[in-house]
Design a protein around this ligand. Structure first.
Ligand code: NAP
Length: 777
C-alpha cells in the first residue's frame, strides 16, 4: 500500500560515497534532494580506502578535508603491481587513506547538514518517467510503499544498479575472467606481502595497526567461481599459492572481485542519470573506482541543480555524459591493463619487465600518475589556447585584496568563480560582463605576484567543479567571457522589476504581437530545454515560425524541408544566432520512402547532437493547398493532397512513436476550413478533416503513454502567397477575423509551443481553433 507521496527536485538512489557527495553538491547549488538507501544503517564493511590527489583537492574545495582530520598518506603507488610514484604537483600528492566508512559518515553529515533528506531502509522497486517528472517507488522494511515524484532520478546505486536496470540503460562490456579473493582476518601472523608474484599466483598481505591482516590472493589460471567465496576458499587458495596456513584465523570480512569491465553507453536518459559504479563497472584497483565515482558526482551536481531549477543552458546537463563518459572509458582501459598485469600468469612476465623499465622515466611516470590521480582530466570547454583551459584550477595560493587564499577555498560556496588579475587592463569590462551572473559566479580580484608570467596573468572563469571554463586577459574583449558564462551558467536572470510583463493588447485591436518582448521572455523561460522536436515544412510560413519558437523555448529542432534548402538553412542560422540549436532534414513527403528518408536524416542529426534518437515533439505542419474548384479537381490532384496532407502525417506519427518517450507531444496543423465552407478547397478540407479524426482516435491510443496529440487549425495566415502583397485582398481577408487582421505565422507558432509544453498535459484529441475568431458571425 502506498502511504507516502513526496515531491522533490532530485531523487538520488544509493547513499554510498557517490550518492552522498552528489546529494551535498545538489544542495550546495540549491536543489531539493531525497536520497533513498536500501540499507537501514551505514555499512561497517571496510571497502575502498584510497583517495587520490584530485579527490583530496575536491574535498578541500568543499571544506571537507578539515573535518576529516589527519589523513595518512600511502607513499607506495603501483601500476598493475609495478611500483609507480604517483606524486604530482598538488597540495595532496599521491594516495591518501580514508576508510570508506569514515568517508561515508563525513559525506552523510555534510549532505544532511546542507538539507539533503536521507531515507534509509528504502529499496527502489519502480521507476516511471513522463514528460514532466520521474517517479521513484520504494519499499520500506515494514512493507509500506513510498512514492517520490521528482524532475530527475540519479542512480548512484553501484555495480548492480536498480536504476540502471529499471531505466533500461545499455551496459556493454566484458564479464570477469579472473578474480582476486579478499579477506580481513584476525589472529594470523604472516609476513606482509606487496603484490608478490609466486609460481602459482599473486599474494598480497598487509597487517593493519589493529592487528587485522588483509589478504588478497589469485591463483594463476583460476576462473571466477561465480558466487561469494567462503573463508575456506580463501584459505585453501592462499595455501596453494604461498604454502601458508591461515585457516586458523578469524575471518571478519570475505569477498572477491573480478576483472569485469562495463560502461553504460549513455550516462543520461532523459530524466534518469547514472553516476559512479552504476555507470561503470571495473576492478577496484588502486581505489580508482571510488575516486572516479566521486568525481562523477561533482561534475554532475551543479549541472543537474541548474537543470531542475530551469536555469540550465541548453546542453549543460548533457555535458555530464560528454565529459565523464570518456574519462571513465580511459580509466577502465588502464584498469583492464593493470588487471592483466596483476592477475596474468607467466605469460605477462615479459610485459611487466619492459614496463618496470619504463615507469621510472619521468614522462611515463607523470603520464600514468596523471591518469590514476585524476589530475590530468581536461574537458572540451571551448576555444582558446591557455594551458589551464578545461583543466582543474590548480589549488595554488592566491592573494586577493582581502588577503591570502586558495582556489579551493574560493570554490567552497559551490558557485563559479571569476578570477580577475587586478592589474589587467580589461578588468573593469570583465567585471561588468560577469555582473549579471553575480548570483551564480563570484568575481574575485587577484593580486599578481611580481614577475608573473603571461599565463599566470590571465583572467580565469572557473566552474563550480573547479574546471577552468574560460581564460582571457587584457588583449581579449569580454565577448569570450560572456559566451562562456552563457554556456556554463545560462542566461542571466533579469532583476524582478525589469521582467517584461505580457502586453495587455485589447482583443479587437489589429496589432501584431510584440515579438521582441515575447522573444526575450521566452528565451529566459526555456520550457522545452532538453527536448527534441521535428517540425515538417519548416522552411517557410508557420513551420518556420514554429521551429524558431520551439528553439527559443530550448528545444533542439529538426527543421524539415522539401525543396527550400537555403530557406531551411536560414531558419537554422536564425535559431543559432539566438543561442538555440537546430539542424535541417530533407525529404519530399507524399512519395514512396518519404518517411524512411526523413527519419534517416532526423536520427542522424539527433544522435550527433544528443547521443540518442529520442524525439519528444512532432509537429506535422507541411502541407499543400488545393485552390481548385470541385469540378476541376482531378484524381491526381486529389491524391496529391491526400498523400502530403493526410497520409504522410499518419505514417510520420506511426514512425515517430518508435522514438518518442512517454510524455511526448504530437501537433498536427489542420485548418479552419474544416468548420467554414469554401467550395474551392473541398478536397483540401477533406484532407485536413481526416487529420482532425486522426488526432481524436490516436489520442485514446496514446493516453497510456501520456503522449498528447492535437490539431491546431489556423485561419488565413500570412505566407509567401502573392495574395498577401495585395492590400485590398488583405483587407478583405482581415475582415473575416474578429481581430480584423490576417494571422501571422507567430500567432500559430505560439499555440503550437503551448501544446508542446508541460502545461498542455491535460489536452489531447482536441481541435484547437487558431483562426483569430474567423467568421464568428
Ligand atoms: P507554406 O508557407 O506554404 O509552406 C509549406 C511548407 O510545407 C514548406 O516548408 C514546404 O517545403 C512544405 N511542403 C510542401 N509540400 C511538401 C511536400 N510534398 N513534402 C514536404 N514538404 C512539403 O505553409 P503555410 O501557409 O505556413 O502552411 C502551413 C500549414 O498550415 C499547412 O499544412 C497548411 O495546409 C496549413 N494552413 C495554412 C493556412 C494559411 O492561410 N497559410 C491556413 C490554414 C492551414 P519546401 O518549401 O521546402 O518545399
Amino acid at each position: 500500500m502506498t502511504e507516502d507521496r513526496t515531491e522533490t527536485q532530485v531523487v538520488v538512489v544509493g547513499a554510498g560515497p557517490v550518492g552522498l557527495m552528489l546529494a551535498g553538491e545538489l544542495r550546495l547549488a540549491g536543489a531539493d534532494v531525497v536520497v533513498l538507501e536500501k540499507l537501514t544503517a551505514p555499512t561497517t564493511e571496510s571497502r575502498a580506502s584510497t583517495l587520490h590527489a584530485r579527490t583530496m583537492e575536491i574535498l578541500d574545495s568543499r571544506g571537507l578535508l578539515d573535518r576529516l582530520g589527519e589523513v595518512p598518506s600511502e607513499p607506495r603507488g603501483h601500476f598493475g603491481g609495478i611500483p609507480l610514484d604517483l606524486r604530482l604537483p598538488s597540495p595532496w600528492p599521491g594516495q591518501w587513506k580514508v576508510p570508506q566508512t569514515r568517508l561515508e559518515e563525513l559525506l552523510g553529515e555534510w549532505a544532511s547538514g546542507l538539507g539533503a533528506e536521507i531515507r534509509r531502509g528504502h529499496e527502489l522497486t519502480g521507476l516511471t518517467v513522463t514528460g514532466d517528472h520521474a517517479e521513484a517507488v520504494a519499499r520500506t522494511p515494514d512493507g509500506t510503499t513510498v512514492s517520490l515524484r521528482a524532475k530527475c532520478v540519479v542512480g548512484c546505486d553501484g555495480e548492480n544498479s536498480t536504476v540502471r536496470r529499471l531505466g533500461g540503460f545499455d551496459f556493454p562490456g566484458t564479464d570477469a575472467t579472473r578474480e582476486l579473493l579478499r579477506a580481513d582476518v584476525a589472529g594470523i601472523d604472516i609476513p606482509d606481502r606487496r603484490f608478490q608474484r609466486l609460481a602459482g599466483g599473486l599474494a598480497i598481505a598487509a597487517r593493519r595497526p589493529d592487528g587485522v591482516t588483509r589478504v588478497m590472493v589469485h591463483e594463476f589460471g583460476a576462473r571466477p567461481s561465480g558466487g561469494q567465496p567462503s573463508f575456506q576458499d580463501v584459505a585453501d587458495t592462499w595455501k596453494r599459492v604461498t604454502g601458508e596456513d591461515i585457516g586458523g584465523g578469524t575471518p571478519l570480512w570475505v569477498n572477491s572481485f573480478g576483472d569485469a569491465s562495463r560502461q553504460v553507453t549513455h550516462y543520461r536518459d532523459y530524466r534518469l542519470l547514472l553516476a559512479g559504479d552504476a555507470a561503470h563497472q571495473q576492478m577496484p584497483i588502486g581505489g580508482q573506482a571510488l575516486n572516479l565515482g566521486l568525481q562523477d558526482a561533482v561534475n554532475l551536481g551543479w549541472k543537474l541543480a541548474a537543470q531542475v531549477a530551469e536555469r540550465g543552458p541548453d546542453g549543460l546537463l548533457d555535458s555530464y555524459h560528454d565529459e565523464r563518459h570518456p574519462v571513465a572509458r580511459r580509466v577502465l582501459s588502464n584498469i583492464r591493463t593493470q588487471a592483466l598485469l596483476l592477475l596474468g600468469g607467466p605469460e605477462v612476465d615479459a610485459v611487466r619487465e619492459v614496463l618496470a623499465e619504463l615507469t621510472p622515466r619521468e614522462n611515463v611516470r607523470t603520464h600514468l600518475a596523471g591518469m590514476i590521480s585524476g589530475l590530468d582530466v581536461r574537458h572540451d570547454v571551448g576555444p582558446g589556447r591557455h594551458p589551464l583551459l578545461g583543466r582543474r584550477l590548480p589549488p595554488r595560493p592566491l592573494t586577493t585584496p582581502d588577503g591570502p587564499t586558495t582556489g579551493a577555498r574560493l570554490l567552497r560556496s559551490g558557485r563559479g568563480v571569476l578570477l580577475v588579475p587586478s592589474g589587467d587592463g580589461a578588468a573593469r569590462s570583465l567585471r561588468e560582463t560577469a555582473a549579471p551572473w553575480s548570483a551564480l559566479v563570484d568575481t574575485v580580484d587577484v593580486v599578481l605576484p611580481p614577475h608573473a608570467t603571461a599565463e599566470d596573468s590571465a583572467a580565469l572563469l572557473v566552474r563550480p567543479d573547479g574546471h577552468v571554463a574560460w581564460a582571457g586577459g587584457a588583449a581579449d574583449d569580454a565577448s569570450g567571457l560572456r559566451t562562456a558564462l552563457l554556456r556554463w551558467f545560462g542566461a542571466p536572470k533579469a532583476p524582478a522589476a525589469s521582467v517584461p510583463t505580457p502586453s495587455k493588447t485589447p482583443a479587437a485591436s489589429a496589432q501584431v504581437p510584440d515579438t521582441a518582448t515575447a522573444k526575450k521572455r521566452r528565451t529566459d523561460m526555456g520550457r522545452l530545454t532538453g527536448r527534441t522536436a521535428l517540425v515538417t515544412g519548416a522552411s517557410r510560413g508557420m513551420g518556420r515560425a514554429t521551429a524558431i519558437r520551439l528553439a527559443q523555448e530550448g528545444a533542439l529542432v529538426a527543421v524539415h524541408y522539401a525543396t527550400g534548402r537555403e530557406a531551411a538553412e536560414d531558419v537554422v542560422a536564425v535559431i543559432e544566432k539566438d543561442g538555440g540549436r537546430a539542424f535541417t532534414v530533407q525529404a519530399v513527403l507524399g512519395v514512396d520512402g518519404d518517411v524512411h528518408r526523413l527519419f534517416l536524416g532526423l536520427e542522424e542529426g539527433l544522435r550527433e547532437r544528443t547521443g540518442s534518437t529520442d524525439l519528444d515533439i512532432l509537429v506535422n505542419n507541411a502541407g499543400v493547398m488545393g485552390g481548385v474548384k470541385p469540378e476541376e479537381t482531378t484524381p491526381e490532384k486529389f491524391d496529391e493532397l491526400y498523400r502530403v496532407n493526410a497520409k504522410a502525417p499518419f505514417f510520420l506519427i506511426q514512425r515517430a512513436l518508435k522514438n518518442m518517450p512517454d510524455g511526448g507531444r504530437i501537433i498536427n496543423i489542420t485548418s479552419g476550413l474544416t468548420r467554414v465552407a469554401n467550395p474551392d478547397e473541398i478536397a483540401y478540407a477533406m484532407t485536413k478533416g481526416a487529420v482532425d479524426q486522426l488526432a481524436l482516435h490516436f489520442a485514446k491510443h496514446l493516453g497510456p503513454r501520456n503522449i498528447t496529440i492535437n490539431s491546431v487549425a489556423p485561419g488565413i495566415t500570412r505566407n509567401d502567397n502573392p495574395v498577401f502583397g495585395i492590400p485590398e485582398a488583405v483587407e478583405q481577408m482581415a475582415a473575416l477575423s474578429a481581430f480584423n487582421r490576417v494571422g501571422e505565422p507567430e500567432d500559430v507558432a505560439d499555440v503550437v509551443a503551448f501544446l508542446a509544453g508541460d502545461e498542455a498535459r491535460w489536452i489531447t484529441g482536441s481541435f484547437v481553433d487558431a483562426t483569430g475568431g474567423t467568421l464568428l458571425g
